[in-house]
Design a protein around this ligand. Sequence first.
Ligand code: IPM
Ligand code: MN
Length: 354
Amino acid sequence: MELNIALLPGDGIGPEVIEQAVKVSNAIAKKFDHKINWSHALTGAAAIDAVGDPYPDETHEICLKSDAILFGAIGHPRFDNDPSAKVRPEQGLLKMRKELGLFANVRPTFTFPSLIDKSPLKKERIDGTDLIFLRELTGGIYFGERGRKDNGNTAYDTCTYSRHEIKRLAIKGFEMAMKRSKKLCCVDKANVLESSRLWRETVQSLEKDYPEVEVSYEFVDAVAMRLVQWPNSYDVLITENLFGDILTDEASVISGSMGLMPSASVGAKTSLYEPIHGSYPQAAGKNIANPLATILSAAMMFEDAFNLKNESKLIRKVVDKSLEKSIVTEDLANGEKCYKTSEVGDWLVKEILK
Ligand code: IPM
Ligand code: MN
């Protein structure tokens, strides 16, 4: 099979972790006799420096022409500490999500048996955790009207959702629940927010189409609490953009390191695969970042974008093996010998080609 993949390394540790995912993907292609055509494109601070736009038109064209997109990370401290910056790397990410119509962000949280003691939570609390957040990604407060008034002394951001936006995400949630344990949780703040009341109303109206799915409705503050008390009581959770942003960071540490969890952003036209961690500028260029979240994102890509299940399974298998054998970067090493980002990639490639 011929796979056309857009490659967007981005900023910070993005290029280093992407390099490992490319090595692993190329090894998979060799083993299973596929041909991958990688098309490199600029995003984030790297693109601002090169062409003054964090998501240039040329990058958009490359993404549209590809079957899938593999993305590293975006962000640079130079912009974080300058609230007056007119162009910011993150704007590139938001523009990309919007223009590519990537409305559903799939963020799983699962545990690795060999890492169960690395979690900040007690083993008995997290054992068996395997949940998926479906975060709405192109609406809500991220894209609502915002501005200043009163001579700049008052600022506002607005959260707007249409029934259509909620429905298309909720349908994905119901479909995902049908393939898993048939449990769906709608996370909102319907006791306060009108937009949340529309979420609840819309999800409720779909219940009759999926009679086998057991739906619960929970407030976001309560979910934030239960997520660390009983994460294994959840399966599929759907929520709006900002709640999903916050809760998925919280959920990601359950596995033991933020450097482990992959994600997919799915739209009608194309889909994008990326680690859920950020650009981690303190580690950039040091060859110490954990590449597994990006490598597992590539595994998600093989399965979801190309329906190549065995390829995906093999990546997951060698990743599990690397963890069992402690071929890990420093975030997971605990005083034991740790490996460099590129060494973890090399080890996985060797295992795949065995
Ligand atoms: C994420 C990130 C982004 C977001 C930032 C970088 C704009 O935190 O993908 O979760 O808030 O969506
Ligand atoms: Mn986030």
